[in-house]
Design a protein around this ligand. Structure first.
Ligand code: FPP
Length: 268
């Protein structure tokens, strides 16, 4: 017993638990309903290999496949991937074009498997501003997967958290101006209902690879009580084992949502 405890402690300290060990530790009843990921580090990963940044983006697509498969296998309800931000247009045109083409390629190649696995594609962001080809590929993927009831895969594309809030405020203002909504009726659920993620639970867990500790204009409203998990691992190296590490770590946390845990409740 003590030996086991020491072994587990050592393994955890080294971060070396295998996929199987992590799976065995995972409590399937307490999985996050919604996981959000800022897929970062593609460029650095490629540069370290003497390759162009786009090489990292292509490799990052493999990580998406792995993580989507595991999320489905575990029965996670919602997975939100930050694929392209409203700020990413500032990148060189070649890189932007590459990313848009990669999105089209991903949707074309994966849609059959996504549908077989009962996954619903739900793009979020200013989609009208995407290149026509990307918009069309998304429309097809959304239409083909709209009746699926398993994992909802939110693809954040031309997404910005502040823009999302601006859009929501405008829509609410229009409702108020037309007399369909009273200002006094505006509360948190009403605002949440005007966001791209309307009807979905807020993320329980946010994962950010590549070592930075920033939110980067991602899901600003929805992350209010989300647990964060950061890792130095670059996104193209991110595999099932890393998602499992994040999930096991998440399950060790005590979520208080601003309140107290049971054992503290009687203290003053
Ligand atoms: C951030 O890394 C990553 C992106 C801006 C793009 C993410 C896209 C993919 C993983 C693949 C394409 C997406 C789909 C949905 C098929 P970075 O380039 O900022 O890396 P760096 O911080 O090391 O420069």
């Amino acid at each position: 017993m003590l030996k086991d405890l020491v072994r587990n402690w050592r393994e955890r300290k080294k971060g070396q638990l295998s996929e199987e060990d992590l799976l065995a530790r995972l409590d399937r009843q307490r999985l996050p309903r919604h996981v959000a990921i800022i897929m970062d580090g593609n460029g650095r990963w490629a540069r370290r290999r003497g390759m162009p940044r786009t090489f990292g983006h292509r490799a990052g697509m493999e990580s998406i496949r792995d993580i989507v498969r595991l999320s489905t296998q575990l029965g996670i309800g919602y997975l939100t991937l930050y694929a392209f931000s409203t700020e990413n247009w500032k990148r060189p045109t070649d890189e932007v074009n590459f990313l848009m083409n990669l999105l089209v390629e991903y949707l074309h190649k994966e849609i059959d498997e996504l549908c077989q696995n009962n996954i619903r594609i739900h793009p979020i962001g200013l989609l009208d501003e995407l290149p026509a080809k990307a918009g069309e590929a998304l429309q097809v993927a959304v239409a083909r997967s709209r009746h699926n009831s398993g994992l909802t895969l939110n693809l954040a594309l031309n997404y910005g958290g502040r823009t999302e809030l601006v859009e929501a405020v405008r829509a609410i203002a229009r409702e108020v101006a037309s007399g369909r909504l009273f200002p006094e009726s505006i509360d948190e659920p009403v605002i949440a209902g005007y966001l791209y993620t309307a009807g979905q639970p807020d993320p329980d867990l946010l994962i950010r690879p590549a070592g930075d500790y920033r939110v980067s204009n991602f899901l600003l409203w929805q992350l209010a009580y989300t647990e964060f998990w950061m890792t130095p691992v670059m996104w193209p190296d991110f595999r099932k084992v890393h998602l499992l590490q994040a999930l096991v770590d998440y399950q060790r946390r005590e979520r208080r949502f601003g309140g107290l845990i049971k054992s503290q409740a009687g203290e003053n």
